[in-house]
Design a protein. Structure first.
Lengths: 118, 114
């Protein structure tokens, strides 16, 4: 069965410090991978998605970047955190488009990372 | 532009009572629709999904949802709620055919009172 891991679970960082959040998926190959941010009262905002190693699509311009160094690893980074980067970060995966003609984005979420920037 | 609206930010229901959470979408064709549940501090768990066919879909934990094209709605229902159902519920949709992410509503916070 497939599992998705995120770490750390919680993180408190000062403004201006760097960030690295990691997400890994087990039990599947070539998944589509996603980073979402959830701010209070604002639902989920898609930040990045990836359909393969080294392939990153950004949905909104911001202080963050993403990388996919391995097939089942997705990393969210920042060089200098802002107060507005605080939130709950969720990683998700979905089967790749090769799953069928009617591919759909049924997504499976990790446990999340609570980031507080002070 | 495609969007999802969950009109109710908070809903309070007595334990054992029935529940309906509303979801409306804006899209020119039939989307793929999902309901997710999130317990405090946790990730999202898929409750159910609609892609095509029967417009009444059954999910986990006794939930069901009905797709109504004429109303652009996909409301979530449960005949009798339990205290453990207290959580945040998100409706989401995908236009299909691509790997870009889901579009989520802002969520409905469900409170269960004894």
């Amino acid at each position: 069965s497939q599992t998705i891991h995120q770490w750390p679970a919680t993180l408190v960082q000062p403004v201006g410090s760097p960030l690295s959040l990691e997400c890994t998926v087990e039990g599947t190959s070539n998944p589509n991978l996603y980073w979402y941010r959830q701010a209070a009262g604002r639902g989920l905002q898609l930040l990045f998605y990836s359909v393969g190693i080294g392939q990153i699509s950004s949905e909104v311009p911001q202080n963050l970047s993403a990388s996919r160094p391995q097939d089942r690893q997705f990393i969210l980074s920042s060089k200098k955190l802002l107060l507005s980067d605080s939130g709950f970060y969720l990683c998700a995966w979905s089967p790749s488009g090769l799953a069928g003609l009617n591919s759909y984005n049924e997504q499976f979420f990790g446990p999340g990372t609570r980031l507080t920037v002070l | 532009a495609q969007s999802v609206t969950q009109p109710d930010i908070h809903i309070t229901v007595s334990e054992g009572a029935s529940l309906e959470l509303r979801c409306n979408y804006s899209y020119g064709a039939t989307p793929y629709l999902f309901w997710y549940v999130q317990s405090p501090g946790q990730g999202l768990q898929l409750l159910l999904k609609y892609f095509s066919g029967d417009t009444l879909v059954q999910g986990i934990k006794g939930f069901e949802a009905e797709f109504k094209r004429s109303q652009s709605s996909f409301n979530l229902r449960k005949p009798s709620v339990h205290w453990s159902d207290a959580a945040e519920y998100f409706c989401a949709f995908d236009s299909g055919g691509g790997a870009d992410g889901l579009t989520f509503g802002k969520g409905t916070h469900l409170i269960i009172q004894p």
